[in-house]
Design a protein around this ligand. Structure first.
Ligand code: F6R
Length: 258
């Protein structure tokens, strides 16, 4: 894994956006972008939106696949991930809404919807670059600890920790759904490139366990150790528990470094 340690969260956003923009440009105008929700990638999306506004990047033919969606919210709920992505990705980045895909958590049978989503990713030709955040417990997508390393899109139950962490987006903890549909770890690994961003000390344990810990379903992010082309972009606070931080600074001080 390539680990890029940046001085500040703003540098994380700039660096990760340049990695994503490069991947999208080399995949061509119809690139397939995998998108995460949550706070971590927001500044990265703003950087991409600024590049689009400046005419440096054209994403109008790019399609997107969301990592996950809550089960149990009313359709169109402000915090459903389809809505969050419409506000934070589709509109500001000038994407065609018709090319935006999310797992259908409102389908009569969510397991059938999960299988259909997996098929849709496959039929698109696969994700060229997957943007990821990470949960404080090491989850990626909503693959909570103990998720199968070979998992595919399916229904999952959120841990109490994740529901507490995400309660800030809702009026109360009670409103946070218990279930979700999420791409599996094997689905995420299929992306041709993965870019994970993390900021702040609350993520330091998860980042270190993902990058340096053993490969284990107890830290779902650690599955990225199997990925051929994964870049982890973190600020100093999120890098605090990395044992090889100095090595990463020397080896990957620039995102294009080897
Ligand atoms: C959401 C997702 C999650 C988040 C993670 C971190 O689509 O994939 O894995 O990336 O929960 O959330 P934030 O960024 O809000 O700390």
């Amino acid at each position: 894994m390539k680990v890029v340690i940046c001085p500040t969260p703003a540098d994380v956003a700039r660096t990760a956006a340049s990695v994503v923009a490069l991947a999208v440009r080399s995949a061509g105008p119809e690139a397939v972008l995998g998108v995460a929700t949550g706070s971590s990638p927001l500044a990265l999306y703003e950087e991409l939106a600024a590049a689009v506004r400046a005419g440096e990047l054209d994403l109008s033919h790019v399609s997107t696949f969301a990592l996950d969606e809550y089960v149990g919210l009313p359709r169109g709920h402000r915090e459903s991930y389809a809505e969050v992505l419409r506000r934070t990705v589709t509109e500001p980045l000038g994407l065609d809404p018709a090319g935006m895909h999310s797992p259908d958590a409102w389908a009569p049978d969510p397991q059938v919807a999960a299988a259909a989503y997996e098929q849709a990713i496959h039929d698109s030709g696969g994700v060229d670059v997957q943007i990821l955040g990470i949960g404080a417990n090491g989850h990626i997508g909503f693959n909570e600890p103990s998720s199968s390393l070979g998992s595919r899109t399916r229904m999952k139950t959120l841990t109490a920790r994740t529901r507490r962490d995400n309660a800030r987006f809702f009026r109360s903890l009670n409103e946070v759904p218990h279930r979700c549909l999420t791409q599996g770890l094997a689905t995420i690994l299929d992306a041709r490139q993965a870019v994970l961003v993390a900021q702040g000390e609350a993520k330091a344990w998860a980042v270190a366990a993902t990058v340096e810990g053993p490969l284990t379903s107890m830290v779902p992010g650690s599955v990225l150790q199997l990925h051929e082309h994964a870049t982890v972009v973190v600020d100093e606070a999120a890098a605090r528990q990395l044992r090889l931080a100095d090595y990463y600074r020397e080896a990957y001080g620039r995102p294009d470094a080897a």
